[in-house]
Design a protein around this ligand. Structure first.
Ligand code: ZN
Length: 397
C-alpha cells in the first residue's frame, strides 16, 4: 500500500470549547490557524467537534527522545547530586544485559518511540536535550522537535570552558538549555553562581531542574528574564524533592518537561497530573506551563496559543476535561500543521479524510494513528508500552 502524505484542505472546526468554557470555531488554512470565531468559508471542510475541549498542541520542554525505551532503574535510594545517579546508571549499564540490549537498539528506533510517547499524550512540539539527530526532522517523525537551540549537558559533565563557549556560540534569540541545580548538596547549590560568573545567565538561558536554587537565586533568575524547566517526576524519583516553583510560575518563568523515562515517569499528561497533585499550580497556570509559557521561553513564537497566524497544532479533549485529569486514552485528536496524526477514529478521519490510518489500541482504547508513523512503529524492534497496532485501514470512505 502506498503511503502518500495527506493533502491539506481548509477546515473549520465548529463547536469547540475553549479553556474559559466559551464555544468557538477555528478555521485552519493549510498549516496555520486562519481565524477563531469566524464563519467557515465556502468550500471549507466543516467538522463539528461537538463541544470537545480545544487546546494548543502541548509543548514538552525537556526530553531525551532516545532514552524513553530504557527501563527506569529502581535503585531505591535518593541522591544528593545527580552525578551519583549517573554513576549508578553507568554501573548498571555495565552489569545488566537487558539494559545493554535496550541501549543497543538503533538510535532512530529509540527516537521514534520517544516521539510516539509524546504524540500519544497530545504533545506537538518537544525540546530534545541532546544533538539534533537527522531523523528528528523527518516528515515521518511523530512530533515537531525544537530545531533552533543551544545546549550544554551540565557543568559537571562538560566543564566550565565548554559550557561558556556553548552559551556564547548560541544566537541570543535561541534558547540555551542546561541541566543545573539538579541535586541537594553544595555542588548543586553553587551551579547557579558558577553559571552567572561565566556570563551564562541571560534572557535566553533555560535551566533544567533547579532543585537547589534558593529564593534569592530564583529572584535573580527572574530578573535575568531566564527560565526554569521543571521536571517534577524525575526530581522526586531521584531526590525525593523538586524545585520550589510557585513564585516563578506566577512570573511566567516555568515550563514543564517530562525528562526521559530513564528518570521521569510516563508522559507529559502524567507530569501535569503530578504537578497538579503537588498543589503549587492552579489549573490555568498548569495549562500555561505546557503552552504559552513554554512557547515563550523556548522562543517558539508561532505556537502555544490558539490565534490567527499560529501553527495549526491542536489538541482536542472530551468536553470539560481538566488537563490535570486527562490521560492519553482520552485524547480525541492531535493535529500538527493542520493535519490529524492520532486520535479517535470518528474525530480524526473527518478532519484529515485523505490520510491513511491504522487502527491501534492505546491503553485498551481504540484509536487511529497516521499509517506513516504506524508503519515505522511496526517495523521497529522495540515498542511503546500500552500501544498495540492492529491493521492498516486505508483511506476513509
Ligand atoms: Zn534531562
Amino acid at each position: 500500500m502506498t503511503k502518500m502524505p495527506p493533502t491539506r484542505s481548509n477546515i473549520t472546526l465548529i463547536n469547540a470549547q475553549l479553556s474559559d468554557g466559551g464555544i468557538t470555531s477555528i478555521r485552519i488554512a493549510g498549516p496555520r490557524i486562519d481565524a477563531l470565531g469566524a464563519a467557515p468559508h465556502p468550500g471549507d471542510l466543516i467538522v463539528d467537534v461537538e463541544g470537545d475541549r480545544v487546546l494548543p498542541g502541548l509543548i514538552n520542554a525537556h526530553d531525551h527522545l532516545q532514552l524513553n525505551t530504557l527501563t527506569r532503574p529502581e535503585f531505591e535510594k535518593h541522591y544528593r547530586h545527580v552525578r551519583e545517579w549517573i554513576s549508578d546508571v553507568n554501573a548498571y549499564r555495565r552489569s545488566d544485559p537487558k539494559f545493554q540490549a535496550a541501549i543497543a537498539v538503533a538510535r532512530d528506533e529509540r527516537l521514534l518511540i520517544g516521539g510516539v510517547k509524546n504524540l500519544l499524550s497530545g504533545v506537538t512540539t518537544v525540546a530534545h536535550h541532546d544533538p539534533f539527530y537527522p531523523f528528528l526532522s523527518s516528515l515521518f517523525f511523530p512530533t515537531s522537535v525544537v530545531r533552533d537551540y543551544g545546549w550544554s549537558h551540565s557543568l559537571y559533565v562538560d566543564g566550565e570552558e565548554e559550557v561558556r563557549s556553548s552559551y556564547h556560540a548560541t544566537p541570543a534569540d535561541w534558547p540555551w538549555i542546561i541541566h543545573a541545580g539538579e541535586g541537594l548538596d553544595d555542588e548543586a547549590g553553587r551551579e547557579f553562581e558558577r553559571l552567572d560568573a561565566l556570563g551564562c545567565l541571560g534572557s535566553n538561558t533555560l535551566l533544567v531542574h533547579g532543585i537547589a536554587l534558593n529564593h534569592a537565586q530564583r529572584l535573580r533568575l527572574n530578573l535575568a528574564a531566564a527560565g526554569l524547566i521543571w521536571c517534577p517526576s524525575s526530581n522526586l524519583h531521584l531526590f525525593g524533592r523538586t524545585a520550589d516553583v510557585a513564585e516563578l510560575v506566577g512570573l511566567g518563568r516555568i515550563a514543564l518537561g517530562t525528562d526521559s523515562r530513564l528518570s521521569g515517569a510516563g508522559d507529559l499528561l502524567d507530569e501535569l497530573r503530578l504537578a497538579n497533585d503537588l498543589g503549587v499550580v492552579d489549573e490555568c497556570s498548569l495549562e500555561s506551563l505546557v503552552t504559552t509559557a513554554s512557547a515563550r521561553l523556548l522562543r517558539l513564537h508561532d505556537r502555544g496559543m490558539l490565534r490567527a497566524g499560529a501553527r495549526a497544532d491542536i489538541l482536542l479533549l472530551p468536553a470539560r476535561t481538566r488537563l490535570a485529569e486527562a490521560s492519553r486514552a482520552d485524547v480525541r485528536v492531535v493535529l500538527i500543521d493542520g493535519i490529524a496524526r492520532y486520535g479517535d477514529r470518528h474525530r480524526a478521519l473527518p478532519i484529515t479524510p485523505d490520510a491513511q490510518w491504522t487502527d491501534i489500541w492505546v491503553d485498551g482504547r481504540a484509536k487511529v494513528l497516521d499509517s506513516r508513523i504506524a508503519g515505522l512503529v511496526a517495523d521497529a524492534g522495540i515498542h511503546e508500552s500500552g500501544l498495540e497496532l492492529t491493521r492498516f485501514t486505508g483511506r476513509a470512505a
